[in-house]
Design a protein around this ligand. Structure first.
Ligand code: GDP
Length: 444
């Protein structure tokens, strides 16, 4: 998971500091040495680390911290503030044109996730009430146009393409014209990538830039490539000029060195991060929330936003009523599971809960098995709709069929049904008790 390794190390260092009532300069210096090592191991750029530690040391070694009642907490507070500064202080948003069409050019090396991110971004922008268009300018990578068409369809955003034998510069311009004619207001251009930066590619991008004059040039980089991502960002910025960075695959990057270095090295902010392969796995980058996650202080705001985006409030109310009347069935259960799944992997969600330090997270992750959830889902999906709505239909031959259909064994199917029956029994008792109390219950 993102920043896992770094987070565990830093929290270990701070646990020792918090345990001490008073801190000497030596204590702080020793702790900062550990922080430095943790950052270097996380592949943060060494110049960035040096400056970061120096700043913290200047702030932390001195009487303000030492004389406070909770010096350990004070040091953590300073580290938190400096982590936020390192990543750009506040959230950096897309520059939308005040009037008319906004053009966003997506650039980056092949495989970084440009096409996927273009679709994710178009969907994000659409949810803000805008009317985006995706433009397919990657005419070199086989199947890039088909891929964009496919993901565009998935997020319900129109895709403009002219095949692969036209010049990308012309396609970009034609795409902008198409948007104008069709009352669309944001054009997202998926440009071509290469395996390495080369002059021909850069010239093409410069020509597109000169012609369509984008409000925003976003570089897509793969977090897993560590400092290479930072070098790529420096290079693209020097030749093309960037407005921001989208860092993909942060979900798989336990070190996080690129995410922590890119702003300090290039002075260009990260605007979004990719947190998975699904088309809703794009998060606006909030430096303060990320710092909080790294230091194990949770990220409740992102959690709430995810819930708001993925959980249908009307349905939740209906479900609550069903719960109360003990009418909850497997169909409801399935829907509930799918809504939670849309919010992202359970491990990612757990990491956003305050107080969930890395050690606790590891412990719980062992118990919340995503595979097991997939098995439960497979079992429920192998039931007929009638069976899901009325689990009492589930006799032995039906259970055997379900086991076969889901590829799970009969025991597992039985266990799930039994647990479900127990849950229903509890709901019945509970709603019975509530009814019985009605009218009799008085406040003292
Ligand atoms: P492009 O060559 O830059 O256009 O890259 P693609 O959009 O084709 O993405 C390359 C691969 O990276 C695909 O398999 C994507 O599903 C995957 N990918 C993109 N973004 C993310 C992300 O944020 N997390 C993960 N885990 N995979 C991603």
């Amino acid at each position: 998971m993102a920043f896992d390794q770094l987070s565990t190390k830093l929290q270990d260092v701070f646990k020792q500091l918090k345990g001490k009532g008073k801190l000497s300069d030596k204590d702080v210096k020793l702790a900062l040495r550990e922080v430095k090592l943790a950052l270097l191991e996380a592949d943060v750029n060494f110049k960035v680390v040096k400056q970061f530690i120096k700043t913290i040391e200047e702030r932390a070694v001195g009487h303000e911290v030492m004389e406070s009642l909770t010096p350990g907490q004070q040091v953590i507070k300073i580290v938190n503030e400096e982590l936020i500064n390192l990543m750009g202080s506040t959230q950096s948003k897309i520059n939308f044109a005040p009037r008319g069409i906004t053009v966003i050019m997506m650039v980056g090396l092949q495989g970084a996730g440009k096409t996927t991110t273009s679709a994710k971004l178009s969907s994000h922008i659409k949810s803000q009430g805008k009317r985006p268009l995706l433009v397919a300018c990657d005419v070199y990578r086989p199947a890039a146009i088909d891929q964009l068409t496919k993901v565009g369809k998935q997020v319900n955003v129109p895709v403009f393409s002219m095949g692969s034998d036209k010049n990308p510069v012309d396609i970009a311009q034609a795409g902008v014209n198409y948007a104008k004619e069709n009352n669309l207001d944001v054009v997202i251009i998926d440009t071509a990538g290469r395996l390495h930066i080369d002059e021909v590619l850069m010239d093409e991008l410069k020509n597109i830039k000169a012609l369509v004059k984008p409000q925003e040039i976003l570089l897509v980089v793969d977090a897993m490539t560590g400092q290479d991502a930072v070098n790529v960002a420096e290079s693209f910025d020097q030749t093309l000029g960037l407005d921001g960075v989208v860092m993909t695959k942060l979900d798989g990057d336990s070190r996080g060195g690129a995410a922590l270095s890119v702003k300090a090295v290039t002075n260009k902010p990260i605007k979004f991060v990719g947190m998975g392969e699904k088309l809703n796995d794009l998060e606006p980058f909030h430096p303060e929330r990320i710092a909080s996650r790294i230091l194990g202080m949770g990220d409740v705001l992102t959690l709430i936003e995810k819930a708001q985006q993925n959980i249908d409030e009307k349905k939740a109310k209906e479900l609550e009523a069903k719960f109360r009347k003990a009418e909850f069935n497997f169909e409801d259960f399935l829907e509930q599971m799918q809504q939670i799944k849309n919010m992202g992997p359970i491990s990612q969600l757990l990491g956003m809960i305050p107080g969930m330090n890395a050690a606790k997270l590891n412990e719980i992750q062992g118990q919340v098995d995503e595979k097991q959830m997939a098995h439960i889902e497979a079992i429920i999906l192998s039931m007929t709709k009638a069976e899901r709505l009325n689990p009492s239909l589930l006799n032995m031959s039906r259970k055997k069929r379900i086991a076969q259909g889901s590829g799970r064994d009969l025991q597992e199917v039985n266990r799930l049904i039994k647990q479900f029956e127990q849950m229903q029994g509890m709901m019945k008792q509970f709603s019975g008790a509530m009814k019985g109390k009605k009218g009799k219950f008085k406040f003292p």
